[in-house]
Design a protein around this ligand. Structure first.
Ligand code: ARG
Length: 491
């Protein structure tokens, strides 16, 4: 490439980046609400209070499963119920990763966060907080056998410290421990698993939550160390400019405190935490829901993906240049970006950019279809191209039109190339669909994470998830071989 070309490419890239920045910053700018409270008006009108949380945080929020029925439980859940009741609203809980909550609140996916959240100066720039409803201490959890190794925080210098991503505990690990090798994980059970499997030396966890985990993991214990600022507030977060909404929240919180309800909520939470039954009687319903949804998402992804993929393939094969370019750009862009990013783009893009209020499930399906269409387009195109050119030439010289040739000569042969590849794509999609768990779609992986949180056992749920994925893909590929064999026979 000559230097002129390089400059030219650079120019294009910078202007593209510029356009992106402008587009995104315009979407980012929220209309400043006037004196009244638009957010509260919307909630009232809807009649539903949408609460975001990360249910990996017993006794504050977790999923319980009374008699096989799953339910959100915990102190935060009780508070949310009380707030909904006080205001004549229905409660809708959106369970997602802790580090997705602020984004979801800011883009209007949820109305408030109640997830053991501590107000920090950084967060206060983005959202507003209610009065505090709970104080919690900060602890360092280590393996019991290591407890005597650590006399003070200084002894953790240069050690591997785990914490949940984007929490104040992650911040503590960075600020209070000298030269710590901080390992942040999306969900709290991962932190526990890392500690148990010696991937980290200590984990910073809030007191009540740590106690809940310690009960189920007898090999863990508290290190006898103190953080400089031990007790932190826990508050509800709402979008900025929600004065009326905040007033209502603070009234409910005041009631709760005045009537000493928190203690009651703690008892309810403790009850929900210890139930009897073995792993399978307690959690099989989670995995069954997961399997159903994984299959549903994969089928929708592949079927609609095949439909749009066929369109794209035809566009790409067409001699009309703009169609061809459009299809090429789409396919290259989708295949050149991670599915994870696409999932988030759809999830936040539909609300932030398009102002739509679409459930996580539908967002997940859209993302899978968008993604599959690109891959399937290439499968179909390759299938068509693999049919010998001579076939087209022969058909055309016999006087068949392009359309006729395609329909009667090329496509029937192409199908034989396409179907096996489509089957492989289906297997891939089943596995890849696990990525939509990040936005809270209740498929296998998501449910495995929920069970991690509910059972305080970080490993078994993952094992079960792996086995389930394997069974699904294995059965599917056997079925495919069977049909492939039949197709060969029919040749
Ligand atoms: N209090 C900490 C914070 O605000 C951690 C909260 C984590 N909550 C959760 N549901 N996982 O950063």
């Amino acid at each position: 490439m000559g230097s002129k070309q390089v400059m030219y490419t650079l120019k294009i890239v910078t202007s593209l980046l510029l356009i992106f920045t402008i587009v995104f910053s315009t979407f980012g700018v929220k209309a400043n609400a006037a004196e009244q409270d638009k957010n509260w008006d919307k909630i009232k009108e809807r009649g539903v209070l949408r609460v975001g949380l990360s249910a990996d945080y017993a006794p504050l929020e977790f999923e319980s499963h009374k008699n096989g029925k799953r339910e959100y439980a915990g102190i935060d859940i009780e508070i949310a119920k009380k707030i909904a009741k006080d205001n004549g609203l229905k409660l809708k809980i959106e369970n997602m990763n802790f580090d997705s909550l602020l984004g979801a609140l800011k883009t209007g996916k949820i109305d408030m966060i109640i997830s053991g959240m501590t107000p920090t100066p950084d967060r206060k720039k983005e959202v507003d907080f209610s009065d505090s409803y709970l104080k919690s201490s900060q602890t360092m959890v280590v393996k019991k056998t290591d407890i005597d190794k650590y006399k003070s925080l200084k002894d953790f210098a240069n050690k591997r410290i785990g914490a949940q991503k984007q929490t104040t505990q992650e911040q503590l690990a960075k600020t209070e421990i000298e030269n710590a090798d901080v390992q942040s994980m999306t969900r709290l059970p991962e932190v526990i698993l890392s500690l148990k499997s010696n991937k980290i030396d200590g984990a910073i966890i809030e007191g009540p939550v740590a106690e809940a985990y310690l009960k189920q993991n007898p090999e863990l214990g508290f290190a006898k160390v103190k953080f400089s600022e031990p007790d932190k507030d826990t508050c509800i977060a709402v979008a900025k400019d929600s004065p009326v909404f905040l007033d209502h929240l603070n009234t409910s919180i005041k009631n709760i405190k005045d009537q000493g309800l928190i203690e009651k909520y703690k008892d309810t939470a403790a009850q929900a935490m210890d139930e009897d039954g073995n792993f399978f009687t307690k959690y099989s319903s989670f995995f069954i829901t997961g399997i159903k949804n994984t299959i549903l998402i994969s089928i929708v992804g592949v079927v609609l993906g095949a439909f749009f993929g066929a369109l794209l393939a035809l566009m790409k094969l067409s001699s009309f240049k703009p169609l061809k370019w459009l299809a090429t750009i789409y396919i290259e862009f989708i295949r050149g970006t991670p599915l994870l990013v696409q999932v988030f783009l759809v999830f936040f893009g539909t609300t932030a950019a398009l102002g739509l209020n679409i459930s996580a499930m539908i967002c997940g399906m859209i993302a899978m279809v968008v993604n599959c269409a690109a891959y399937i387009a290439e499968i179909i195109r390759a299938g068509i191209n693999a049919v010998d050119k001579g076939q087209t030439e022969a058909a055309r010289s016999l006087g068949l039109s392009y359309g006729q040739t395609m329909k009667t000569i090329i496509l029937p042969q192409a199908i034989k190339n396409i179907l096996p590849a489509l089957g492989n794509e289906f297997v891939t999609v089943i596995k890849e669909s696990s990525i939509v768990s990040v936005i809270g779609v209740s498929e296998i992986m998501f449910n495995a994470q929920v069970v991690q949180g509910a059972s305080f056992d970080p490993f078994t749920p993952l094992l079960v998830a792996a086995i389930l994925y394997f069974i699904l893909t294995f059965v599917l590929s056997r079925v495919m071989y069977f049909f492939e064999g039949r197709m060969k026979v029919s040749d």
